[in-house]
Design a protein around this ligand. Structure first.
Ligand SMILES: Nc1ncnc2c1ncn2[C@@H]1O[C@H](COP(=O)(O)OP(=O)(O)OP(=O)(O)O)[C@@H](O)[C@H]1O
Length: 231
């Protein structure tokens, strides 16, 4: 099922360039993300996918060009404002879940809520609800090190979704999993995101993973080939 796109895009990258020393990671890259859509960024290794995702998420500042979120210029925001945007509007899933090893899986999922001032009981209630939807309620009291790779990634997905973000950024979220576990994590991520109207920006090498998206854009040599918004 694809999500119909209406109105102006939620997140826009316009002509981004980014260099690291002599390496040009982004070379006038532009892309648009609409509310509720699942967008896959594909392309060869080193083509600039992660850098584009990091710029879209306000983690990396482009050298030139502009990122706008809901009409606001992310590049022009103060660091404090950009951090607040990331905490409240965005969620993140990386290849290795990056869960806090000392906390239980439940505490990991509740953490983003606690950081935005939600009380412990309410945060745990919402975290438990999501762990149940992602079929990992049984690891709630365990630490991440006691969960399997697939369970850990589901916990990471729950943590990314717990604040009801408008956009989840997922960088190779299934890259460390076997194909069966990877597909299940993608199914659960996409289903949960669709239920809440959350957009997903996904970096992947795998066509099987990209198949869960509404739209694929190819990043090559720091530029985006996006059939829908060719310019
Ligand atoms: N922090 C950094 N410092 C130096 N070079 C970097 C940095 N981040 C990225 N690069 C370089 O920029 C280019 C684009 O990297 P990027 O990680 O965005 O590509 P990618 O398409 O995500 O690659 P992969 O699929 O292998 O993860 C590469 O040549 C990479 O080595």
């Amino acid at each position: 099922m694809t999500t119909p796109r209406t109105g102006s895009p939620l997140l826009v990258a316009d002509d981004l360039t980014k260099t690291f020393g002599v390496t040009t990671a982004l070379d006038n890259a532009s892309i648009q993300v609409h509310a509720g859509e699942v967008l896959a960024l594909m392309g060869p290794s080193g083509s600039g996918k992660s850098t584009l995702l990091h710029c879209l998420a306000g983690i990396v500042a482009p050298d030139s060009g502009r990122v706008t979120y809901a009409g606001q210029d992310v590049s022009a925001m103060s660091d404090v404002r950009r951090s607040a945007l990331r905490r409240t509007e965005f969620g993140f899933v990386f290849q290795f879940g990056q869960l806090v090893p000392e906390l239980t899986c439940l505490e990991n999922v509740a953490l983003p809520l606690r950081l935005t001032g939600v009380g412990r009981r309410e945060a745990h209630r919402r975290a438990t609800d999501l762990l149940t939807r992602l079929e990992v309620a049984d690891v709630a009291r365990k630490r991440p090190g006691q969960a399997s790779g697939g369970q850990g990634q589901r916990v990471a997905v729950a943590r990314a979704l717990v604040t009801d973000p408008k956009v989840v950024f997922a960088d190779e979220p299934t890259g460390a999993l076997d194909s069966l576990n990877g597909e299940r994590v993608m199914q659960l991520l996409v289903t949960a995101a669709r239920e809440t109207g959350t957009a997903v920006v996904l970096v992947t090498h795998e066509a099987r993973v990209a198949a869960y998206s509404d739209r694929e854009a190819v990043v090559r040599d720091g530029r985006v080939r996006d059939p829908e918004y060719a310019r």
